[in-house]
Design a protein around this ligand. Structure first.
Ligand code: ADE
Length: 241
């Protein structure tokens, strides 16, 4: 898979994705990561990339043309183009699975107050990583690339890790323990030491239910994770209109 990131600050994305599992996936060629900087496409000698918003308001906006040219440099015919913005659809594990199936992705990072709205015409999707405002799209790009890369074939040693984990089955994962069996007078739950696989999976199921009820009651009874795709949802929403 190839991902290109359109950003004024490439090292904010490159550096954190050079370590650990994603760093190794890049070295092994499973993920190719490229960068395109709108600053390199600015049109004046000051290399200006931002300007004041029409109609007034605080802060500066990224101008359309340098972003467009930076995008054009890396976009292929089959590229899936994503604009990162707190106003976008919220990223989740299901979308990570869908993105992991694509060959070419371009992520566009806004900075300052955002990007001239007209750039949106060149994006397939607006995406947010959560309901909070970052200084720019770069940390969001890091989160999305990390979540997608670990789903690529050969990146994780145990493919099961991807199937059984938090969110894939719609519940939070049960707690895990490793040695020692007693640590500071706290014991590992009996069932996990039993060697009885049925008992262990029963314990995990009820621990997962309990944890989900406590931390994420919104996930209980939610069927979205089990079937269908993001594209299906989008079509369903369109049909309802
Ligand atoms: N840019 C600023 N905040 C963001 C967010 N929450 N998600 C994606 N891009 C952003």
């Amino acid at each position: 898979m190839r991902i290109d990131v359109v950003t004024l600050f490439p090292s904010m994305v490159d550096a954190p994705l050079s370590e650990s599992i994603v760093g190794r996936a890049r070295e092994a060629g499973r993920l190719k990561l490229g960068f395109s900087n709108p600053r390199d496409f600015a049109e004046d000698r000051h290399r200006t990339v931002d300007d004041k918003p029409y109609g007034g308001g605080t802060g500066m906006l990224m101008m359309a043309e340098p972003v467009y040219r930076a995008l054009k440099k890396v976009k292929k015919r089959d590229s899936y183009v994503i604009l990162l913005t707190p106003k976008g659809r919220r990223f989740d594990q299901r979308m990570a699975l869908e993105l992991a199936a694509k060959k070419n992705i371009v992520l566009i990072c806004g900075h300052y107050e955002g990007i001239d709205e007209r750039v949106n015409n060149f994006a397939d999707l607006e995406l947010s990583i959560g309901d909070y405002v970052l200084t720019g799209g770069e940390p969001a790009a890091v989160a999305i690339i990390d979540a997608v890369t670990r789903l690529l074939p050969g990146v994780l040693k145990q493919a099961d890790a991807v199937i059984n984990e938090t969110f894939t089955e719609g519940l939070l994962e049960a707690p895990h323990y490793t040695r020692p069996g007693v640590w500071r007078r706290m014991k590992v739950p009996e069932a996990l030491l039993s060697g009885d696989h049925k008992r262990i999976s029963g314990w995990r199921r009820s621990a997962a239910m309990e944890l989900t009820g406590k931390n994420r009651p919104d996930l209980i009874n939610r069927e979205a994770y089990n079937g269908g795709s993001y594209e299906d949802d989008r079509n369903a929403a369109r049909d309802e209109e």
